[in-house]
Structures are given as structure tokens and as C-alpha cells.
Write a protein that binds this ligand. Structure first.
Ligand code: UDX
Length: 440
């Protein structure tokens, strides 16, 4: 099938590349000329495991193309994916201006039947809005479909090629057939393509992300409470997660959820609730609790040093909002950096992938190390903000040789308490107190 993908951000690029991988001819459109030129030279603009291999292969085999020209891109395409940004506006609601502008442009361009697919996360009612904008501009037949993505950064290729499910919102039988044909190769193992109306599909995405954000936040609160009463959240997590109704995933406590999706989607769902006269109390409280959780480790730092950390130096391992990505949007590390610098402390940071992005954002407010061990040079303590695999089993002798004191604040619960006790560390993590092992 011939497919056009409008927008070559994270979602657009993964979508375009993976559809090319299953034999479709894909053309990706972006208004950024420099970016398009780079992609035409075979340079991939984002870091995502495995995507580079697919990207290169499909360009070589002539199935993946790039252009800045919307009209030529959509001319022969049967399906047009809209993978455009929907940033939160000032009031937290999703800004649809990019999508509606492209819809308007398409209205003036299309000459034959097209299936126009919203891939971006958009509020309920967007498919209808896109339809109306197009209808005002053209008498050519088209259908607007809502097809939300559930890709995790770091696993996007796998998630795309082997989805748990594909959600397609359309009330048109013709569009349904086209979408079924397109997604068949991805659901061979029997995972469902769930067809529904457009609005339900739009809401499914928000409901899924908000549920997961709530699940994490709930566990963060349980973890905070564990600290108060002397329980071990790792045990509670295992005890709870083995109940098949709850499941083991997304129960890991930490320093709050971040990234480009959860914070934005929870906020947008709460906002669209309000607009419809419905108050999502649970989401309001999830957002409030998550903001606090991002500074949970700093509270522990303050408590350890009696509130005075001016002049102290902290090594920080991990800057990305989660491992295997260079994405720092809403990353807890950024909030921690601000809080530490505000209190007069110095930060020596290291991240395997996200350093350039942080440099661009915070510049020389902090210093950047070449390696995880270099970040420790002369530091008073180590703070862990992201659970990169490289941090999971470090050389503790090397760490203690470089730190002024054996002090670790771990926002991701990477190490076993008894090991840290035996190594003589002052070790603070989330929902697990050293008292649990010191008593034994
Ligand atoms: C998420 C959704 O998983 C995906 O379906 C959607 O399409 C986009 O948003 P992503 O933002 O890539 O994907 O990250 P994800 O792996 O889901 O993690 C989100 C946040 O939750 C991260 O900040 C992570 O650190 C945090 N998290 C996750 C926890 O704190 N604990 C957990 O147990 C799991």
C-alpha cells in the first residue's frame, strides 16, 4: 500500500519506518527542510533502539522516502497518517493547531478517496473536527480514522511490530477494510485489532496512559507510606503484583513518572473532563502527588544534611526520564538539578544518551562527566535518577574511592539493602529503609 506520514517526530518516524518494513511504500513529510535533507542522506534524527537498522534498510530498498512537499507526498497515497505534535496549551488542553492546519491543507490537495488517520494523541472529538475542516475545503470523498499509538520509548519498534492490540476508531466500513489490511501483518499471532467508533478510540489512549500513570503514582504513595511504617515496598510490590487482576508491570516506585506522554495526557484528560463538566478528582491528585515525588530524593538529601547543602557536590547518574532514551522531557532529573542548584550545591552529571539534550537546556549550570565514574570525582554523594543498565551493578570500590563519603541516594531502587549495608554505605532509596536490614 502507498502511505504518507505527515510529521517525522518520534511517532511519525517509527510509524513510517515500521510500515515500510512490512512492504508498504512510505513517504514521510515534514516542514523542517534541514531535517528532511538529513533523512534523505540516511541520517536518523532520533535515538531509538533498532530503529536505525530498519530505517537504513528501508531507505536502501526504496520503500521509505522523505519530502517537504505535502501535495506530492499524498498524491498517490491511499492512507495519510497525521503524526503531528499536540503540545499542551497554557491551560493544559492539547493544542490542535498543527493537525487542523494540515487538515485544511489536505482539503485543498486531495483528488481521490483517502483514509486520513489521526495517530497523534488527540482529545475526544478531534476526528470530528478534522472531518469538518476537510469537508469545508473539498468535495472529494475521505474518511477520518482515529488510530492511537501505544509505543514506549526504547521499545517503540517492538511495540509497533508486535502490538498487544491495535485500536482503530472508524464508523466507515470502507476505511475499516483498509486499516484491517494494513495492520494484518502486525497481528498474525492473534492479538486483536479492536474496531470502535472514533471518540472511543480517542479516549482509549488517554484512559490507558492515565491509568498507568495512576498505577505508578499509587505505588509511589505506598512506597512513601512504607518508609513511615517500616515496610519494604519491594515486598509489597511483589505481593500485590502477583494478583493477576493487578499484574506486575508499572508497579515500580521511583521519583515520579515523566516523559512526553504521561504528564501531558493526564493533564489533557483532566482538562477535557472539566470542559465537559466532569471533575477527574483522581487525576488531579495523581498530578499533584507526582510533582511532589519528583523531589522525593531531594527531601532525603535535605534530611541527611540537615537542610544545608550549599557548597556540596553531587554526582548524578541518569538524566533521561527513563533508560534507553535521550528524551529529557519532564525528567525528574531536571527538577532535581534545579532544586540542588537553587540550594547552592554543585551537580556533576552523567547519562549515556541524554547529555547533549541537557547541555542545550541547562548549559553550564551543572558540569558533565565523560563517564559514570568520572561524575563521582570529589563528590559528596551520588544521586541516581535513571535506571540505566550500566548503573545496576557498578564497581562499588571504585565508587567509594571517588566519593568523599559513602553516601548514595537512589531514586530507582537499584541495589539490595543488605549489600549496601555490608559495603558500609549510607543508602537512601524509595519505600525501603535501611532499618529493615540493620535490625537483622
Ligand atoms: C508511555 C506509554 O507506556 C505508551 O504506551 C504511550 O504511547 C506513551 O507513553 P513512555 O513515555 O515511552 O510510554 O514511557 P514508559 O515506559 O511508559 O514510562 C513512563 C514513565 O513512567 C517513566 O517516567 C518511567 O520512569 C515511569 N515508570 C514506569 C515508573 O516510575 N514505574 C514503573 O513501574 C513504570
Amino acid at each position: 500500500m502507498k502511505i504518507a506520514v505527515v510529521g517525522t517526530g518520534y511517532v511519525g518516524l517509527v510509524t513510517g519506518t515500521c510500515f515500510a518494513e512490512t512492504g508498504n511504500e512510505v513517504i514521510c513529510v515534514d516542514i523542517n527542510e534541514e531535517k528532511v535533507a538529513a533523512m534523505q542522506r540516511g541520517e536518523i534524527p532520533i535515538y531509538e533502539p533498532h530503529l536505525d537498522v530498519l530505517f537504513e534498510r528501508n531507505i536502501k530498498q526504496g520503500r521509505l522516502h522523505f519530502t517537504t512537499d505535502l501535495a506530492s507526498a499524498v498524491k498517490d497515497a491511499k492512507i495519510i497518517f497525521l503524526a503531528l505534535p499536540t503540545p499542551p496549551g497554557e491551560d493544559g488542553s492539547a493544542d490542535l493547531s498543527y493537525i487542523l492546519k494540515v487538515a485544511e491543507d489536505l482539503g485543498g490537495i486531495i483528488q481521490d478517496y483517502k483514509v486520513i488517520v489521526d495517530k497523534s494523541t488527540v482529545p475526544v472529538g478531534t476526528a470530528e473536527k478534522v472531518t469538518n475542516v476537510l469537508k469545508d475545503k473539498t468535495s472529494v470523498q475521505f474518511d477520518v480514522v482515529s488510530n492511537p499509538e501505544f509505543l514506549r520509548e526504547g521499545f517503540a519498534v517492538d511495540d509497533f511490530l508486535k502490538p498487544d492490540r491495535v485500536v482503530v476508531g472508524t464508523s466507515s466500513e470502507k476505511a475499516r477494510k483498509v486499516m484491517e489490511e494494513l495492520y494484518k501483518p502486525f497481528v498474525r499471532q492473534g492479538n486483536p485489532i479492536i474496531f470502535m467508533d472514533e471518540k472511543s478510540a480517542e479516549l482509549t489512549k488517554y484512559a490507558a496512559n492515565s491509568f498507568l500513570a495512576t498505577k505508578i503514582t499509587f505505588m509511589n504513595e505506598i512506597a512513601n507510606f512504607c518508609e513511615k511504617v517500616g515496610a519494604d515496598v519491594d515486598m509489597v510490590r511483589r505481593g500485590v503484583g502477583t494478583d493477576t487482576r493487578i499484574g506486575p508491570r508499572f508497579l515500580f516506585p521511583g521519583i515520579g513518572y515523566g516523559g512526553s506522554c504521561f504528564p501531558k495526557d493526564v493533564q489533557a484528560l483532566a482538562k477535557s473532563g472539566k470542559e465537559s463538566g466532569y471533575e477527574f478528582k483522581i487525576l488531579e491528585s495523581v498530578m499533584e502527588t507526582n510533582e511532589k515525588q519528583k523531589l522525593r530524593l531531594i527531601e532525603k538529601v535535605d534530611a541527611h544534611y540537615g537542610g544545608d547543602i550549599a557548597g556540596k557536590t553531587f554526582a548524578m547518574w541518569g538524566l533521561a526520564f527513563k533508560p534507553d532514551t535521550d528524551d529529557i522531557r519532564e525528567a525528574p532529573a531536571l527538577y532535581m538539578i534545579d532544586a540542588l542548584v537553587e540550594r547552592g550545591a554543585k551537580v556533576q552529571a552523567y547519562d549515556p544518551e541524554a547529555m547533549d539534550n541537557v547541555k542545550r537546556l541547562v548549559g553550564d549550570k551543572i558540569s558533565y562527566a565523560e563517564s559514570m565514574y568520572e561524575a563521582l570525582d570529589g563528590a559528596d554523594a551520588l544521586l541516581i535518577a535513571t535506571e540505566w543498565s550500566a548503573f545496576r551493578n557498578p564497581d562499588f570500590e571504585k565508587i567509594s574511592g571517588k566519593l568523599k563519603e559513602k553516601v548514595i541516594f537512589d531514586g530507582r531502587n537499584l541495589y539490595e539493602l543488605d549489600r549496601m549495608r555490608d559495603l558500609g554505605y549510607s543508602y537512601e532509596s524509595i519505600g525501603r529503609s535501611m532499618d529493615l536490614v540493620n535490625a537483622h
